[in-house]
Design a protein around this ligand. Structure first.
Ligand code: C2O
Length: 600
């Protein structure tokens, strides 16, 4: 049936009202400042938003627009990144220092504007300069578009309440200095301990008085949706609640097939939505977050753990006693060295339909090794040609690498601005990320973890502005390989501006012939962060459908600061709806910044 132009316009507006009529503009003002907080017997100056830790939650409905006025009253230049928001045709609002913009300088303001479309679930926002995200962070909750009388349309029964659970860490050091030390190869700082919703909990006390503990009140028989985010810089965590189970329903704001488990494994950058039914006898139950500790022969770090409480409301008429302590109250945690519980947890997540179709024909394949290495202090000369000795902090700087290059941020102009001006090299000397590591070796040989000759031969690396350019609409497959050079860390790799399919993960070295057969091409989960297992690999696939410059990095704070990152440059497509618009006129420019903090 052909419509007259006028009728077509009327139909268009009618449809627009149906699908977009109730989209709202959600506006916030974020005042970033330093406040003194007393934790663990010590006053610490912390940078926070609106005086809160965690910062304010942004709650929106899918399709809404978000406007956030950032007022920087802190002494640090900073940006705010909207972790997981796809920012289609809106790379300028991605908020990555020196990648998409120059930092908002002290005393200055900037307003971020973006839409949240085609995504629902739990995301979060955080500072993306130095390690400030340890305290500058908050939830970004996207609810499904309301379906009229049916109420909010989750693909599962509507929970009684939704509860953010932020697993983080309390640091009593200056986080900007911490970052500079890490970028300089010194890594000898640890957090005081883990936190749940910013609180250390009762495992930590100050002169005999327990620290604040997070308490979640529940009513018997009701279902709660936990919106769990790992906002920590240092560790991945196991989360359990004594006497209760979880049904994971979403990860990184993408629905997964409901997965029933008694433990959640969550790495920095990941978010999970999990239903918990308050179906235990009334009482108090601990929820425990326990950090993973790398297994030997890795260098051991302290064990971090925090507790909160799930507390049932009680009914005195029924003779219930609020002082009853249930015998199940402390959950039995996995061993802190247990890597397999996390491996299986992540492997058990599958995507829920409907999800975007999985592209079958791959245009570009990358194999990316994730490792540590070193450069000589005072120069960027590779080791074999120079006299400095590897992994000695006085002579060399340990760095983190992707395909044996450690990422260096530009200092004069953001990469996105350089891209927009059509000349990436105005940001500095570029290094093209190769398709595979320059040297192939047995990536997962654990004898390379302590310093030794085998490892030393592979340790030398370079510091460079590592970029990779893609045509618009390229289907990219990446296999990330965690290596055993100097450590056996897992690596939560996070891509900006795109969600991706996680096709498979495995232990040991990736073997294309054997492992491509294990790909889940039926219901792979859709994520923005993939946890690459320690001395193992993970494969992802995505389409470059969003022009701009997008950071890809490990979400461990120290790995980011040490350079485990690359910038993906995605070209414009053929038409205007595939083209990056001009920058907002008030976008902070770099010419103004005085000091040179490591801008990650
Ligand atoms: Cu959560 Cu590059 O960020």
């Amino acid at each position: 049936m052909a419509l007259s132009p006028a009728a077509a316009v009327a139909v268009f507006f009618f449809l627009a009202m149906l699908v977009g009529g109730d989209a709202a503009v959600v506006e916030h003002t974020f005042v970033v400042s330093q406040v003194r907080m007393n934790r663990a017997c010590k006053d610490t100056l912390v940078t926070v938003v609106n005086g809160q830790l965690p910062g304010p939650a942004i709650e929106v409905t899918e399709g809404d627009s978000v406007v956030v006025h950032v007022v920087n009253k802190s002494p640090h230049g900073l940006t705010i990144h909207w972790h997981g928001v796809k920012q289609r045709l809106n790379c300028w609002a991605d908020g990555v220092g020196m990648i998409t913009q120059c930092p908002i300088q002290p005393g200055k303001n900037f307003t971020y504007r973006f839409n949240v479309a085609g995504q629902e679930g739990t995301l979060w926002w955080h500072a993306h300069v130095a390690s400030l995200r340890a305290t500058v962070h908050g939830a970004l909750i996207i609810r499904p578009r309301s379906g009229g009388d049916a109420g909010t349309l989750y693909p599962f029964p509507r929970p009684h309440k939704e509860v953010p659970i932020f697993i983080g860490e309390w640091w009593d050091v200056d986080l900007v200095e911490l970052d500079m030390r890490m970028a300089d190869g010194f890594f000898d700082d640890y957090p005081v301990n883990a936190t749940i919703n910013g609180m250390l909990g009762d495992l930590y006390d100050c002169a005999g008085a327990s620290e604040d503990i997070y308490v979640m009140q529940v009513e018997p028989g009701k279902t709660y949706m936990l919106r769990i985010v790992n906002v920590a810089l240092l560790s991945r965590y196991y989360l359990k609640i004594a006497g209760h189970r979880f049904t994971v329903v979403a990860a990184d704001a993408n629905y997964v097939k409901p997965y029933n488990t008694d433990v959640i494994a969550i790495a920095p950058g990941e978010s999970m939505d999990a239903l918990v039914v308050a179906d235990a006898p009334h009482g108090k139950y601990y929820m425990v977050a326990l950090a993973n500790q790398p297994p030997l022969p890795d260098q051991q770090i302290p064990v971090f753990s925090s507790r909160g409480v799930l507390q049932y409301s009680y009914n005195p008429i029924k003779g219930e006693d609020p002082t009853v302590i249930n015998s199940l109250m402390v959950p039995e945690m996995p061993d802190q060295h247990d890597m397999m519980t996390s491996f299986y947890f992540h492997g058990n997540l599958t995507g829920a339909t409907p999800h975007p179709p999985l592209p079958i024909n791959v245009d570009d394949r990358l194999f990316i090794s994730l490792a540590l290495g070193s450069i000589c202090r005072g120069s960027h000369v590779p080791l074999p040609s120079s006299p400095c000795r590897g992994y000695d902090v006085n002579e060399s700087i340990s760095v983190a690498t992707m395909n044996n290059v450690s990422f260096q941020l530009p200092t004069k102009v953001s990469l996105l601005e350089a891209h927009y001006r059509g000349n990436m090299s105005i940001a500095g000397k570029l290094h093209e990320l190769p398709d595979k590591p320059p040297t192939e070796y047995n990536y997962t040989d654990k004898t390379m973890i302590p310093w030794g000759s085998k490892e030393a031969a592979l340790e030398s690396t370079t510091k460079a502005m590592s970029v990779r350019m893609f045509r618009f609409n390229t289907t990219v497959e990446i296999v990330f390989q965690s290596t055993a050079i100097l450590n056996s860390d897992a690596n939560p790799m996070h891509l900006h501006g795109h969600d991706f399919f996680v096709l498979a993960q495995g232990l040991g070295n990736y073997d294309a012939e054997r492992d491509a057969g294990s790909y889940n091409l039926v219901d792979p989960p859709v994520r923005n962060t993939v946890l690459v297992p320690p001395v193992g690999w993970a494969a992802i696939r995505f389409v470059t459908d969003n022009p701009g410059v997008w950071f890809l990095h490990c979400h461990y704070g120290f790995h980011t600061s040490m350079g485990m990152a690359v910038a993906f440059e995605v070209e414009n497509g053929q038409s205007s709806d595939m083209t990056l618009p001009p920058p907002p006129i008030d976008l902070p420019r770099c010419e103004h910044h005085g000091n040179s903090v490591a801008y990650q």
